[in-house]
Write a protein that binds this ligand. Sequence first.
Ligand SMILES: Nc1nc2c(ncn2[C@@H]2O[C@H](COP(=O)(O)OP(=O)(O)OP(=O)(O)O)[C@@H](O)[C@H]2O)c(=O)[nH]1
Ligand SMILES: [Mg+2]
Length: 193
Amino acid sequence: MKITSAKYITSVVDKSKILDYGIDIAFVGRSNVGKSSLINCLVGNKKLCKTSSLPGRTRMINYFEINNQFRFVDLPGYGYAKAGKQNKVLWANIMEDYLLNSKCLKLVFMLIDARIEPTELDLKMLKYLFYYQIPTIIVATKIDKLPKTKISAYIQNCAKKLSLGKDNIIPFSSENGTNKEELLNIIADVLSK
Ligand SMILES: Nc1nc2c(ncn2[C@@H]2O[C@H](COP(=O)(O)OP(=O)(O)OP(=O)(O)O)[C@@H](O)[C@H]2O)c(=O)[nH]1
Ligand SMILES: [Mg+2]
């Protein structure tokens, strides 16, 4: 599949504004893991989503219209140490509201960082997604930062930590587009159902 158009729609902080029509594909993961960069890579526009080397950049639910057919949803990152208690509560509320109430959610890409083992928060997130039976694909981002010889062992270790088969984790790089086509194929598959 090819993405031919990608437009920012809106950013939402409260439950009542969560869009309740159409098809959503959402991106979750630790703050700074590369969610916004991955979306930009898939759509081929480095400026669509704001990215930053400072964690905690995305604080709202950001919606993007893709191919006039479905939406990408850039969700706020978790585990940002400096977020402060109030922001953490706000984050939990937004995420829970979105994941539980979005009638539109067809697929979640959950991102983990290729240089860091899955964290406790990653495990919690994954359990949550499974519990609510939200179709989930795990993507290991920033794979360009790992030596090629270490990728396979890294994926195997992550799979073990997350109690998944190694084929359930897709190595990815926004930097050089590793497995971009693979992710687009998964999206096409979900849309065709
Ligand atoms: N080398 C490399 N760097 C990446 C990759 N993906 C993201 N980055 C860098 O990692 C930093 C964070 O990326 P973002 O895409 O802003 O991360 P995010 O998950 O959206 O972060 P929050 O919005 O804070 O939750 C930026 O400096 C990116 O350039 C990748 O695949 N390879
Ligand atoms: Mg972001």
